[in-house]
Design a protein around this ligand. Structure first.
Ligand SMILES: NC(=O)C1=CN([C@@H]2O[C@H](COP(=O)(O)OP(=O)(O)OC[C@H]3O[C@@H](n4cnc5c(N)ncnc54)[C@H](OP(=O)(O)O)[C@@H]3O)[C@@H](O)[C@H]2O)C=CC1
Ligand SMILES: CC(C)(CO)C(=O)C(=O)O
Length: 310
C-alpha cells in the first residue's frame, strides 16, 4: 500500500451526484482546491456550501443543477448517494456519462462496480472505500470528521490512480492500494457494527465504548469476518478486535450514516450493509444469527420510515 502523491491532471469537468455528508465534504474540498470545474447534481438548487473541517470552516460557491435534462457529459461523476438510491440517480448518470466518463463510487458496501455498472452506460466505474465521517448539518452545510490515517482509498490501477490524481490538490488523505477488495470488506465490518448499533440505540459512537456493547460488537464482527473469509477477503486472524480498534479512531461524538438517517426519519441503507453480510452468509453456508437479528430490526424501522414519508 502507498500513500498517493499523484500528479494533478489538467482541469476536469466533475459532477457530484448526491450532496449529503459524503458528497458535501468532497464537493467543498474539490471546489476549495480550485483546479476543476465542479457541478453538484441535487434535488434542490443551492449556491454555496459550508464545510466545517477540523482545520477550519470553509465556504465555497457552488454551481448546481436540479434537472437531469440540463446535464451534459463530464469527465468524472462522483456518485455520493446512498447505495439504495443508486437507481434513482439513473437519470443523472444517463446524461452525465459518455464513453470517456469515469464514475467514482463514494458509497459504502462491497461490489460497487456490480451495483453501479448497469446505470453507467459506456462510462467506467471506479470503486472506492470512504473512511471519513460526513455529517450533513443542513442542505448547504456539512461537517467532516477524520478517523485513522486515510479519508479515501482507491485501487492501484489506471482508474484508481486517475482518481487519486483528480483529488490530489484537496486536503483529503488518499490511499492507492492493490488490496481494495479486502479493504472494502474491512470497511463493511465497521459498517455492520457501528451503523446498526448507533441507529438502533439512537446514540452516537460513544455507545460503542460501553463494555456490554463492545462485547456485542465483537460477536457481530466475528460472524461477519467468517462470512468475509468465505467470500474471499484476506482477513486477519485477529480481524474482529482490529476492526473494533479501528472504530475507536472515530471521535465519540461522530454518528454514522445510518444514525443520521434515523435522526432524519429516513429509510436506511440496510441491504448493502447488514443485508450483504447475511446474504453472503447464506451463499457460503455461514450462520449469521446476530446480523440477522439486526437486519430484521433495521428493516422494520426503515420500512416504517419509508412508508411514513410516502
Ligand atoms: N456519512 C458518513 O459518514 C459516511 C457515509 N458513507 C457512505 O457514503 C454514501 C453516502 O452517504 P451519506 O453522504 O452519509 O448520505 P446522505 O444521505 O447524507 O446523502 C445522500 C445524498 O444523496 C442525495 N440523493 C439521493 N438520491 C438522489 C437523486 N436521485 N438525485 C440527486 N440526489 C440524490 C440525497 O438528496 P436529498 O437530500 O434530496 O435526499 C442526499 O443529499 C453511503 O453509501 C454511505 O454509506 C461512507 C463513509 C462514511
Ligand atoms: C465507518 C462509518 C461509521 C464512519 O462514518 C461509516 O462508514 C458510516 O457512517 O457509514
Amino acid at each position: 500500500m502507498c500513500v498517493s502523491q499523484q500528479p494533478r491532471p489538467s482541469a476536469q469537468r466533475i459532477a457530484i451526484v448526491g450532496l449529503g455528508g459524503i458528497g458535501g465534504v468532497v464537493a467543498a474540498s474539490v471546489v476549495h482546491a480550485g483546479h476543476h470545474d465542479v457541478v453538484a447534481c441535487v434535488r434542490r438548487p443551492l449556491e454555496r456550501l459550508t464545510a466545517e473541517r477540523p482545520d477550519g470552516t470553509i465556504v465555497v460557491p457552488l454551481r448546481s443543477l436540479a434537472d437531469p435534462a440540463a446535464a451534459t457529459p463530464v469527465d468524472w461523476v462522483l456518485l455520493c448517494t446512498k447505495a439504495h438510491e443508486t437507481a434513482s440517480a439513473a437519470p443523472w448518470l444517463a446524461r452525465l456519462c459518455g464513453p470517456g466518463t469515469r464514475v467514482a463510487v463514494l458509497q459504502n458496501g462491497i461490489h460497487q462496480a456490480r451495483r453501479v455498472g448497469p446505470f453507467a452506460g459506456a462510462a467506467r466505474v471506479v470503486p472506492t472505500v470512504v473512511y471519513y465521517n460526513g455529517e450533513r448539518l443542513a442542505a448547504d452545510r456539512v461537517r467532516l470528521r477524520h478517523a485513522g490515517p486515510h479519508d479515501l482509498a482507491m485501487a492501484d490501477d489506471a482508474d484508481g490512480r486517475a482518481l487519486a490524481a483528480l483529488l490530489a490538490g484537496t486536503t483529503l488523505r488518499l490511499l492507492v492500494t492493490p488490496e481494495l477488495d479486502t479493504l472494502a470488506w474491512r470497511k463493511l465490518l465497521l459498517n455492520v457494527t457501528a451503523n446498526p448499533i448507533t441507529a438502533l440505540t439512537l446514540q452516537r459512537q460513544a455507545v460503542l465504548r460501553r463494555d456490554d456493547v463492545k462485547a456485542l460488537c465483537l460477536a457481530v464482527l466475528q460472524e461477519a469476518v467468517a462470512v468475509g473469509r468465505a467470500d474471499g477477503a484476506a482477513l486477519a486472524v485477529d480481524e474482529a478486535p482490529r476492526a473494533f480498534d479501528y472504530l475507536m479512531n472515530y471521535p465519540p461524538e461522530a454518528g454514522t450514516s445510518m444514525y443520521y438517517d434515523r435522526l432524519a426519519g429516513r429509510g436506511f441503507e440496510v441491504e448493502a450493509l447488514t443485508g450483504a453480510v447475511v446474504a453472503a452468509g447464506e451463499r457460503h453456508g455461514v450462520p449469521t444469527p446476530l446480523n440477522r437479528a439486526f437486519l430484521a430490526l433495521l428493516r422494520a424501522i426503515s420500512d416504517a420510515a419509508t412508508n411514513a414519508a410516502a
